[in-house]
Design a protein around this ligand. Structure first.
Ligand code: ZN
Length: 297
């Protein structure tokens, strides 16, 4: 193998290790979140969601919850790339909207929490002028972005440190496989759980997570201490907290992560998927009950 071959291979490996920043939770994670959400939608919200979904979704929100990840490398949607996460100052373990919500060029509100505010506002009708918001925005895309970003803000390393790009530059081994810490949290924990506990069947995993969602869990998760329809900031604060307590802990560069890490972090991942699901449902229920009351006026 020539020097240039080796150079290309090493570049390709570096790209493979870095590319996962492109994803949120992996496809499975977003699917789980939206499937859980569907179970908690009111009849009105479910009808409104179905009416907005693209035809190819065949009435299933979960089917299009990864759409923003699929398009973010497309030149038409490259602007949406910084909206999947928010980076916080290294090792502070806290998040502040005014300090942290910007893209790498410093443009304010261009981060995952800013995007959640933005898309909620797009879907939320202005009283007596709801036809204007329909004209101004693509509500189908707004719904798909919103459902996806509520998922992303619950992935602890989507609210990680700036210096390591939310764990993307922390190269680790997941059992024998070389990967990075961000990818472990997007995909590998879920993938290993599927194989180890759920017979490689996502539906079984979803059912198991759902069995653990009690009324008290829903109530606690959807409690609001914010003004307005949506409050993504506490979700981001929870995420960076979990990033410090669980994701970054014992996962320095070069570490091999195995059973200890997997078994202690899986409950955190399943908890976040469940929270994201019930919170997404609560948000869509509140958006579409507003729609209904305006329509009835
Ligand atoms: Zn994403």
């Amino acid at each position: 193998m020539g020097v240039s071959d080796r150079w290309w291979i090493s570049r390709a490996v570096i790209c493979l290790l870095i590319i996962p920043r492109i994803n949120g939770w992996g496809k499975d994670g977003h699917y789980v979140i939206c499937k859980i959400a569907e179970n908690y939608l009111t009849e009105d919200a479910l009808a409104a969601v179905k009416a907005l979904l693209p035809d190819h979704a065949e009435g299933d929100l979960a089917d299009v919850c990864s759409w923003p990840d699929e398009v973010r490398r497309n030149p038409h949607y490259r602007w949406s790339s910084p909206l999947h996460y928010v980076d916080t100052p290294d090792f502070r373990c806290n998040y502040q909207y005014s300090r942290d919500c910007h893209d790498s060029a410093g443009r304010k509100h261009r981060c995952v929490t800013g995007a959640i505010y933005n898309y909620t506002a797009q879907i939320m009708p202005v009283p007596h002028k709801s036809h204007l918001s329909v004209v101004k925005y693509n509500l189908t895309e707004a719904l798909m972005f919103l459902s996806h970003f509520i998922g992303d803000v619950h992935q602890p390393l989507h609210v990680g440190f700036t210096g390591d790009e939310g764990g993307n530059t922390i190269v680790v081994r997941w059992y024998r496989r070389k990967t990075n810490l961000h990818h472990v949290w997007d995909n590998m924990i879920i993938e290993s759980a599927l194989k180890t506990f759920y017979n490689s069947d996502l539906t079984t995993m979803i059912q198991s997570i759902q069995r653990n969602i009690t009324e008290a869990f829903v109530e606690l998760s959807t409690q609001k201490n914010c003004k307005g329809a949506v409050c993504p900031n506490p979700y981001a604060s929870e995420s960076v907290n979990l990033a410090c307590k669980f994701a970054y802990r014992n996962a320095t560069p070069g570490t091999t992560l195995g059973d200890d890490y997997f078994l202690s972090r899986l409950p955190v991942v399943e908890d976040r998927l469940a929270q994201a699901g019930v919170r997404l449902a609560a948000l869509l229920n509140s958006i579409f009950s507003v729609h209904k009351s305006i329509a009835e006026e």
